[in-house]
Structures are given as C-alpha cells and as structure tokens.
Design a protein around this ligand. Structure first.
Ligand code: UD1
Length: 419
C-alpha cells in the first residue's frame, strides 16, 4: 500500500512550474476523436486521470503516441467501437465526456452510467436531456447510456444548474449537429473556453465562449490541428495555499493568474502578499497569524469547489472564526472528519462548515477520500506537528503531477512510502 509521509513544520520557498490543466486535457482528448485527422496536443499533464482517458479512447481504436514529455499525437481514423466500459468509467466520471463526441461523429455511443461519488450524487441528467433535445434516442440498458441519432439536430437547451462537463458534452455534440445549437446558462470555466478554442481550430463555428450563452452552427467535418492545454488553476491554487499556510514564499511559473482571481483575492484577505505577471504568481505570507476568510463556492469566476477543501485547511489554522459554504456538491466535506482527527475545530451543518482556527494541527494517520480532499490532507500535514501518513493516495495521483517532487523542490519533507 502506497502512502505519503509528511514531516510538518517546513516553510515552502522557491519556484516550480505548474502543469497542464487536468480538466481541460480530459475534455480536449475526448474532443480529439471527433476528427479522423491527426491531432497534436501540448502541455498534457502526467496524471492518472489522463492515463484513464487515453486507455478509454485507445480501447475504441484511437492510436495514441506520447511524443516528447508532454505532447500527445492522436489518430482517430480507425475507431472500431463506441464504448466507454464500466471498468474505466467507475474510476473516472469524466469518461462521460466521450458521449457527445461519439454520437456527434458516429451517431452511436454506449457509455457506462457513472455511479455514486464520494462528493455527492453527481447526476448526468442534463447531458442526456440535452442530447434528447438534439434528437438522440437515449436509453439506459444494463447500466449503460445507449444513445443513437442518425444526425443530431441543433437545439436550444438551458442548463440548471450550470454544469461544466454538461456544457462541454453538449458543445461538442452541437459542433457537428445539423443547424444551430444554443446553450443557455452555459459554464464559463477556463477549461470550457480552452475546449471551445480547440474546437474552433478544428473548424467548428462557436460564438459566445466564456459567456452564459454559447451559439454553435453545426459543421459536417472537423480537421487536424495542434493545441496547447492551459495551466491547471487548481494545482496553482493548491500550491499558493501551501505557501500561505507554511508562511513561505513561492514563485509559480507557467500559470495563468487571470484564471484564479477569486482565489487570489481570498488569499490576500488572509494576509498573503501576491504579485503576478502574465504567466507567473508570487506569494509571500509574512504574518505570524493568518487571518480567517469566509467564502462560498460558486461556478466560475467564483471560488471553485475544487479549492474548497484546501482553503478550509488554511482557515483551520487561522486564529478566529470563519464560515465556508459549499454550493456545488452536497457531500463535499469528507475531508472534515479527517481534519478533525488532526485537531481541527470544524463543525458541519448542512452545506456549511463553521471553523475555529487552532494554534497547531497534530500529525495523525489519515485517509484520502477524493482528489481535492487528499490535497487538503497534504496541506494539513505540511503544518502539523510530527509525521503525517496519508493513505489511499491514488486519489492524489489522479490530479496532481509529481506532487511530492514539486513540494520537495520547495523544501517540504515529503516522501512516498510502501507499507
Ligand atoms: C466538473 C469538474 C470538477 C468540478 C466541477 C464543478 C471536470 C472533469 N470536472 O465536474 O472537477 O468539481 O466541474 O466545478 O471538468 N448536475 C446535475 N445534472 C447534470 C450535471 C450536473 O444536476 O447532468 C449538478 C451536479 O450534481 C452539481 C452541479 O450540477 O451539483 C455542477 O456539476 P458539474 O459542473 O456537472 O460537475 P462536473 O462537470 O461533473
């Protein structure tokens, strides 16, 4: 069993590069199967979720070549099946992203229905309703979404609530549908824009990217292109919180500050001094006492739900009281129970966490429950007294490239151990 061992009490100092965005890479790899021509993708992060997406499309017959370190070359000219099997979907819900591309190009898809999830119900009803509005026949058979459509037809569809992968899926479907598709209350996350820009380069006709109303004129064919994945704003935010919590000073390179303004504003409220240029962010925390900061998660450009756990740990060591409200997923507080075991003073009521900062967290054996919860435990370990052991770290490998190497470069004492 692999674990992360962290010796707390070391300030993070130095500089690192931020990797490509997990969520942008996943949707863009899925979109690549919409053309029979060659696609080249740059800045692909080395992550378990990316490996899962590659296994998924390779299983359909896509030829995937890893060129240099972070470059993928994809050839989808010989796709032989339209299947996303349960074995892969159960390890990664984002597998649902192949649904739109498959039905758009081949008129057929069989995608395992994602089951339960540690952070909430996470239904995919909007993906399915949108495809039905575009004329697809959608049935659930033996746990699989079976969708068919001779030719998708443009439709007017409104999301409630806003859904990131829902917007991505229906945007990809709309790109090859007959006529116009209008998506209202669409997601404006940078990863959706990055996907849209990729589709535009492939020959799609899309207007309104980054707004709540996306308008798409369907085309018959998409073509070869090259595209660079944007930097990961959640990895960026996680390292910024790590620097703030350990009262350190870090310079993050190859990132995109404009994608995390709400997080930078919140970190400034906690006392961090932040400077940024076009693709770098420098954060220094000089205060002895970090200031607590209330926040509520929101769709972009608000505080991302994917940063909730990490920012909560920062509040957990800030003297004073704070309130965190989670509005996106109903059960995204699994990390709280583990943080309590490390001495955090947090109580829960519905979707709200009430936090009273403690002077010190203590080390403890803890268990990662989902991707961002595991990041929160790493952060807690960095400031805890003693040695923290984090179990089930496969969660962290899904979304953080070389986390222990990057933390070590910044001076943390972190190691991966086999027990
Ligand atoms: C994506 C991100 C994930 C992030 C989340 C919210 C990827 C691969 N994953 O997940 O990291 O935490 O956005 O920013 O990009 N909903 C429905 N019906 C649907 C779809 C969603 O009710 O058909 C609800 C969900 O239950 C949730 C809300 O909409 O309450 C937002 O979910 P959504 O944006 O779809 O999350 P994901 O796209 O799964």
């Amino acid at each position: 069993m692999k674990k992360l061992k962290i010796q707390g009490g070391h300030s993070l100092r130095g500089e690192i590069h931020i990797s490509g965005s997990k969520n942008a890479a996943l949707s863009i790899i899925a979109a690549s199967i919409m053309t029979e021509e060659r696609i080249v993708l740059e800045n692909i992060p080395h992550l378990e979720d990316v490996t899962t997406m590659i296994r998924l499309i390779a299983g359909m017959g896509v030829s995937v070549t890893l060129a240099d370190d972070n470059k993928l070359i994809l050839d989808s000219s010989k796709i032989r099946n339209f299947l996303a099997p349960y074995d892969l979907v159960k390890t990664m819900r984002a597998s649902i992203l192949v649904l739109g591309p498959l039905i758009a190009r081949f008129g057929e898809a069989s995608v395992s229905l994602p089951g339960g999830c540690a952070i909430g119900a996470r239904p995919v009803n909007l993906h399915l309703d949108g495809l039905k509005a575009m004329g697809a026949d959608v049935e659930i058979n033996e746990g699989y979404i079976c969708a068919k459509a001779k030719k998708l037809k443009g439709a007017h569809f409104s999301f409630s609530p806003v859904s990131v992968t829902g917007t991505a899926n229906l945007m990809m479907a709309g790109v090859m549908a007959e006529g116009q598709t209008i998506l209202e209350n669409a997601a404006t996350e940078p990863e959706v824009i990055n996907l849209g820009e990729f589709l535009l380069k492939m020959g799609a006709k899309i207007k309104g990217l980054g707004t709540r109303k996306i308008m798409i004129d369907g085309v018959n064919k998409l073509c070869s292109t090259e595209h660079k994945i944007i930097p990961d704003r959640i990895e960026t935010g996680t390292f910024l919180v790590a620097a703030a919590m350990t009262k350190g000073s870090v310079l993050l390179k190859k990132t995109q500050p404009e994608h995390l303004q709400s997080v930078l504003d919140l970190l400034r409220q906690t006392g961090a001094v932040i400077f940024f240029e076009e693709d770098t962010i420098e954060l220094t925390m000089n205060l002895t006492n970090i200031k607590p900061a209330d926040f509520t998660t929101q769709p972009y450009p608000g505080i991302p739900t994917d940063m909730q756990a990490q920012l909560m740990v920062l509040n957990a060591i800030a003297p004073g009281n704070s309130i965190v409200v989670e509005t996106i997923f109903e059960n995204r507080f699994m990390h709280v129970l583990e943080l309590q075991r490390m001495g955090a003073d947090i109580s829960l009521s519905g979707n709200t966490a009430y936090i009273t900062g403690v002077k010190k967290l203590q080390s403890a054996p803890v268990m990662a429950t989902d991707l961002r919860a595991s990041a929160a435990l790493v952060l807690a370990g960095l400031v805890a007294d003693g040695e923290t052991h984090i179990d089930r770290i496969y969660h962290i490998d899904r979304g953080y490239e070389c986390i222990e190497s990057k933390l070590s470069l910044l001076g943390a004492k972190v190691a991966r151990i086999e027990t």
